[in-house]
Write a protein that binds this ligand. Structure first.
Ligand SMILES: Cc1ncc(COP(=O)(O)O)c(C=O)c1O
Length: 438
């Protein structure tokens, strides 16, 4: 460690193996376009768009300029009982890209806050329609909805839950849809598993529809290792929710903002939920921000409160922060100008061919891909789950490739500006690493 580098002791890193990181740090100094630069001057191709968020590529000068200008003009305005024009402009602009009548927007600062906000809006909505007994939520196994107590409770990744108590009461889970026996190496939506949505009928029979506020799922499970939905599955969930007045929430924190070749996964799968939670790509990762997109009828029901006063007692000091709004508006200009909400449609065949060419490489037991997302699922090492995946991550990093490993699954989600040659470079490096792995 050189003299000017700080001690690594004080910073407790999130979702990181702190002990091994601090023994062998991986510090990033700069980023531009498709690349990071490490503190010792090495270039890394970013095959993860940061954490699924830098959809426009790193270091976009338009975003930096807009944020700088905004901070010099208005750094902050109280978010409660006051506003600033940019928040309204951003909300209005965003709703030009949302599906159906999801034309009301609540701003948050992260995906976790978006999820907790959506769950609270679901409760408030039912209460306003005289159904305040609808307090249960249904999530799904392998779901990731952030780390707040609401998101953790509806989430379905055991490791993220087991240390932190029982979570929200009254939460139940649908089964996950990952099935290697039926769906291994399939491209896009999985052919098998639509019937798993019918388990919602069983949960309704068990708890009674009158107690259930909302179902929340990621249209494509991301953090658990890119699990595309079975064909027809999301439509069935929608139909069942409709039949019982249960709200359907799509958590699009990853799938929103062009990752599947449409502004939102909802448009790709032609299924319109009642709320969409978003974050990440909304500002291209440059400034923290999240949003919940809400059907107008849900918003209007809550506005229908009798008498004057605040209708929804919920919000964050930094809801609609001026710098975040400036970043999001500049990002939106770029998404629109460079047609990045739809570019993935053109890239997807090349992307799929490149990743699926690794079928048959050592240790590979499944490859899943949809939009500009892909996962290579590796056979775990006997008695050491996760270690083969992490070893692959470290070896890719050493060879100049940044990607994600989650357990023994390697996950890929590059910025939407990636070139076909860079896609080939990503999987050439992965192929090399697979051949070297123990
Ligand atoms: C689907 C989904 N929901 C929620 C979150 C939480 O977002 P954040 O880390 O911004 O709180 C994530 C983060 O990866 C996510 O993938």
């Amino acid at each position: 460690m050189t003299a000017h580098q700080p001690s690594l002791d004080a910073y407790w890193m999130p979702f990181t193996d702190n002990r091994s990181f601090k023994a062998h740090p991986r510090l990033i100094a700069k980023a531009h376009g498709m690349h990071y630069e490490t503190d010792d001057g090495r270039r890394l191709l970013d095959a993860s768009a940061g954490l699924w968020c830098v959809n426009l590529g790193h270091g976009r000068p338009e975003i930096a300029a807009a944020v700088g200008e905004q901070l010099r003009t208005l750094d902050y305005a109280a978010a409660f009982q006051m506003g600033h024009p940019m928040a309204f402009e951003l909300a209005q602009r965003l709703t030009q890209h949302t599906p159906g009548d999801l034309n009301r927007v609540f701003f948050t600062n992260s995906g976790s806050e978006s999820v907790d906000t959506a769950l609270k809006i679901a409760l408030a909505y039912h209460r306003m329609r005289g159904e305040g007994q609808r307090v249960r939520f249904i999530g799904r196994e392998k779901g990731y909805h952030g780390v707040g107590f609401g998101g953790m409770s509806v989430g379905g990744i055991a490791g993220n839950r087991k240390f932190f108590g029982p979570g929200l009461p009254g939460v139940d889970h649908l089964p996950h849809t990952l099935n290697l026996q039926h769906n291994a190496f399939h491209r896009g939506e999985a052919p098998w598993g639509a019937h798993l949505a019918d388990v919602l009928e069983d949960l309704i029979a068990l708890h009674d529809a009158s107690t259930i506020a909302a179902v929340i799922v990621e249209p494509v499970a991301g953090s658990a290792g890119v699990i595309p939905p079975p064909q027809g599955y999301l439509r069935r969930l929608r139909d069942i929710c409709d039949a019982y007045d249960i709200l359907l929430i799509f958590d699009e924190v990853i799938t929103g903002f062009g990752r599947l070749g449409q502004p939102f996964a909802s448009q790709r799968f032609a299924v319109i939920p009642d709320m969409i939670t978003a974050a990440k790509g909304i500002t291209n990762g440059a400034i923290p921000m999240g949003a919940v997109f809400i059907r107008q009828g849900i918003h209007d029901a809550i506005m229908d409160v009798k008498g004057p006063g605040i209708e929804l007692l919920h919000g964050y000091t930094y809801s609609g922060h001026p710098a975040a709004c400036a970043a999001a508006l500049a990002a939106l200009d770029l998404y629109e100008k460079e047609s990045l909400f739809t570019r993935v449609r053109e890239l997807e065949p090349h992307w799929q061919n490149a990743v699926h060419a690794l079928q048959g490489a050592p240790h590979v037991r499944d490859i899943r891909s949809i939009g500009l997302m892909a996962a290579i699922d590796l056979e775990p090492m006997a008695g050491k789950p996760g270690s083969r995946g992490f070893e692959a991550y470290l070896r890719c990093y050493a060879k100049g490739l940044a990607m994600r490993s989650t357990g023994d699954i390697l996950a890929f989600s590059p910025p939407l500006i990636v070139s076909p040659e860079q896609i080939d470079a990503i999987f050439a490096t992965v192929n090399e690493v697979l051949h070297e792995l123990p």
